[in-house]
Design a protein around this ligand. Structure first.
Ligand code: ADP
Length: 414
């Protein structure tokens, strides 16, 4: 019986999980439990080309994880929970503590708890997920994979804000960046594709949460998200970069508290705020019917991406190996990719291969490929991201190191 590994992503009201068989390194099943805490919670399981949906009232993450384990056993995805040798936990914030994934021990868990102030929406459920899995699987290797870790190579001049220095030294105010697991995955894919370690890339992770990363010599040089995921690009419901004086101004104008404004900037702004629609497919449909707000939102989203491509092109002194589009919108939105590349074609001397671009999306013949022409100065790619794979890889590698060091200790002891 080969070893099984679990990848867990515990959101504030959802739980995503994937179970892998490490013999053939393949996913056996993945699932998503949604609306945890609501009476109408439900979950979906996907395995062997099937999709099963069940409704069940699940009041907290403990119950969600128990439901997951029950399904794994009942469907014989595992015969015994001891078959699970490793669990990789997605953790939002590693602060300045972690520049890579780590084995979770008491100190790591204490640090994740300490960082709750920087990830108040995510860390409580992630901590719950870790604690429960430690209790359920005491002998499995539990690993934390941080969304911020890949960005820890940013130089200080790129991660500091020009605010009183004590805000950084005493309160931790700085740019941390997020989606690091995705940006790292894309960097590794590109290193393999381009046949070199020291790749210079501009990665556009465009999902409902969106961020970009400037990679110099295979390491993060800059990224668009900041202290929290609110900064940078315009997103589905987040405003991205704005003049911070707006907060004070609108607090007085509309008699709102800072906390209310923070919620609005995170949940009611971005594409939703402009066009009352945050799903890109629906937004496109509205725009195609002539809806002016939808057209405006699309244009603003596109411009925010172009602005950062321009900035990162300069930060890399023009030495860009590739621009990459990834995540839900980046992988599927043919027109947006074309508009962005065409809008910069003169400035960057890049050329779109329209035929190839038209054929790449999840619902098309191809899901990845180079969408620039051979004579384009900078190559442009569409690469599907795979954060789960990255979490699995780190968890497996850490568990193997641990196993080897334990067996070495045992041999020495003998
Ligand atoms: P997240 O992981 O941040 O929730 P995703 O990477 O799943 O986000 O991306 C979600 C976005 O991708 C949504 O705006 C959705 O409309 C868009 N998207 C998904 N499929 C398509 C598609 N076929 N065409 C255009 N947009 C798509």
């Amino acid at each position: 019986m080969s070893d099984k590994y679990l990848v867990i992503n515990a959101g504030s009201s959802s739980l995503k999980f994937s179970l892998y068989d490490m013999g053939e390194v393949k996913e056996i099943v993945n699932g998503c439990i949604e609306k945890i805490g609501d009476s109408d919670s439900f979950y979906t399981l996907k395995y062997a080309g099937k999709k099963v949906e069940k409704s069940k009232s699940i009041s907290n993450h403990t119950e969600a994880l128990r439901t997951m384990m029950q399904e794994l056993l009942e469907n014989k995805f595992i015969n015994d929970i001891k078959e699970i040798k490793g669990v990789g936990h997605r953790v939002l914030h590693g602060g300045e503590f972690y520049s890579q994934s780590v084995l979770i021990d008491e100190e790591v868990l204490a640090n994740i708890k300490f960082l709750t102030k920087l990830g108040p929406l995510h860390h409580p459920s992630e901590i719950e997920g870790i604690t429960i899995m430690q209790n359920l699987l005491p002998s499995a290797c539990q690993v934390a994979v941080f969304d911020t870790a890949f960005h820890q190579t940013m130089p200080k001049e790129n991660y500091m804000y020009a605010v009183p220095y004590e805000w950084y030294s005493e309160n931790g105010v700085r740019k941390y960046g997020f989606h690091g697991t995705s940006h790292k995955y894309i960097t590794e894919v590109m290193q393999e594709k381009l046949g070199k370690e020291d790749v210079n890339l501009i990665i556009c992770h465009l999902g409902s949460g969106a961020s970009m990363c400037c990679v110099k010599y295979g390491k993060c040089l800059n990224t668009t998200m900041g202290l929290t995921p609110l900064d940078g690009l315009i997103m589905g419901t987040r405003c991205g970069t704005i003049d911070s004086s707006i907060i004070n101004y609108i607090a007085e104008e509309r008699n709102l508290s800072v906390s209310e404004i923070n919620t609005i900037l995170n949940k009611k702004s971005g594409l939703l705020g402009i066009a009352s629609e945050n799903d890109f497919r629906d937004l496109n449909e509205l725009a195609s019917k002539g809806n002016e707000r939808a057209k405006l939102a699309l244009k603003m989203f596109q411009n925010s991406i172009i602005r950062y491509i321009g900035q990162y092109y300069m930060e890399l002194n023009g030495m860009v190996d590739a621009i990459i589009f990834t995540a839900g919108i980046g992988e599927n939105n043919i027109d947006l990719r074309a508009d962005i590349v065409n809008a910069m074609s003169n400035a960057l001397d890049i050329k779109l291969d329209e035929n190839v671009n038209n054929d790449i999306a999840r619902f098309k013949k191809n899901q990845s490929g180079m969408i620039s022409t051979p004579d384009s100065k900078i190559k442009v790619f569409v690469i599907p991201t795979n954060e789960e794979y990255m979490i699995l890889k780190d968890t497996y590698e850490i568990s193997q190191k641990l196993k080897n060091s334990t067996s070495r200790k045992l041999t020495k002891g003998n």
